[in-house]
Design a protein around this ligand. Structure first.
Ligand code: NAD
Ligand code: UD1
Length: 338
């Protein structure tokens, strides 16, 4: 069975993907600088799968370290998660985001190429589309990233498309995630944000756990069914299964392929909150606050292309996502042991 290099494998989506790859028989080598991930997540991966991923602590921009990884292990393909993901931080420090997200990806591709490894699955984002839409968004929709984070994702996609176009044996799947949510059903792995969470779900679970007073709902005057923002939330285990399917897809399909990973069903902030209230069994306090700068009203995925290409569909629904996220939060109130 093949061995997959997973950059950023100690993070939220990466750790769930390592578990899925190991459970389906792949060997896994994780490269992560632990900037926002932790080794405890990899110990949980081992607990779940009874298989141990190899771990190398290094920065994805460090070409010497990457070179050592490709010399030491017989890598067949890469899943590239390593990067920074805060939209607000990318606005405050765009150079850092270009350096880590774009520079890291270019360094990785250079070293992969020098070792003849030219199959890659890249973590892109629905943020490359950048505009509100009442219709499901297909992959060919116009790209208008509204901030440096989204620009770096699109720039990496362009780099990969160019590599594939040079006909030098490169094959790339860019997975554009909509809004990842939830945790492993075992309660052993989940999202472990440092500091105050920016995203909706970790904020809700921290309110439900009593770490924060109330959820601030950013705007209830959007043109949506209840006035709050609507997003296409996707269970992190469905995302992980999508990556394993993308690795299989690369075996048979040469070239460049961008694919949306979502469920195609948008939920409003208040609907997500209601799902968490059902999972927790209690009301969760909230307050309507002004809109957050840069937010858009509604977007959700057209998943037709991903379903056809990958033979994949999202299995979990919003109640599963809320239930599993709450299970993780209740079993690990302080997150992973550090
Ligand atoms: P995460 O922060 O939990 O995981 C990223 C991992 O990369 C962390 O373990 C971190 O330590 C590591 N890392 C960061 N910089 C690195 C570097 N220079 N060298 C080596 N390792 C480095 O984030 P996540 O939510 O699991 O996201 C994974 C990927 O998916 C990211 O590229 C992110 O941009 C993308 N993505 C995430 C979301 C989301 O909402 N979570 C949505 C769309 C796309
Ligand atoms: C954010 C990022 C996006 C990234 C995505 C996935 C921005 C502008 N966009 O998108 O690039 O790909 O995360 O992680 O940051 N909300 C509240 N209260 C909160 C938090 C959020 O009401 O405390 C609302 C938001 O207004 C939005 C919805 O919940 O309507 C989802 O927010 P969030 O989880 O931050 O994701 P996005 O804004 O979609």
């Amino acid at each position: 069975m093949k061995t997959i290099l997973v950059t950023g494998g100690a993070g939220y989506i990466g750790s769930h993907t390592c578990a899925e790859l190991l459970a389906t028989g792949y060997g896994v080598v994780v490269l992560d600088n632990l900037d926002n991930g932790c080794e405890a997540a990899l110990r949980r991966v081992e607990q779940i799968t009874h298989r141990k991923p190899v771990f190398v602590q290094a920065d994805v921009r460090d070409k010497d370290a990457l070179d050592r990884v490709f010399r030491e292990f017989s890598i067949d393909a890469t899943v590239h998660f390593a990067g920074l993901k805060s939209v607000a931080e990318s606005v405050a420090n765009p150079a850092l985001y270009y350096d880590v997200n774009l520079g890291g990806s270019v360094a990785l591709c250079d070293v992969m190429d020098s070792h003849g490894v030219r199959d890659i699955v890249f973590s892109s984002s629905a943020t490359v589309y950048g505009v509100s839409s009442d219709d499901p968004i297909p992959e060919h929709a116009e790209k208008q990233p509204a901030q440096p984070y989204g620009e770096t994702k699109l720039a990496v996609e362009h780099h990969l498309e160019e590599l594939c176009g040079e006909n030098a044996g490169w094959n790339a799947v860019c997975l554009r995630y909509f809004n990842p949510l939830g945790a492993h059903p075992s309660g052993l792995m989940g999202e472990d944000p440092r500091g105050i969470p920016n995203n909706l779900a970790p904020y809700i679970t921290q309110v439900a756990a009593g770490f924060r007073d109330r959820l601030m709902v950013f705007g209830n005057d959007y043109p949506t069914r209840d006035g709050t923002g609507m997003r296409d939330y996707i269970h992190v285990v469905d995302l992980a299964r999508g990556h394993a399917a993308a690795i299989r897809f690369l075996d048979e399909n040469p070239g460049f392929m961008p694919l949306n990973l979502g469920t195609g069903r948008p939920y409003s902030v208040l609907e997500v909150l209601a799902a968490f209230e059902r999972a927790v069994g209690e009301e969760i306090p909230y307050e309507i606050a002004p809109r957050r700068d840069g937010d858009i009203a509604i977007y959700f995925a057209d998943t037709t292309k991903a379903e056809k290409a990958l033979g994949w569909t999202a299995d979990f629904d919003m109640d599963d996502m809320a239930h599993h996220a709450w299970h993780w939060q209740s079993k690990n109130p302080e997150g992973y042991p550090r």
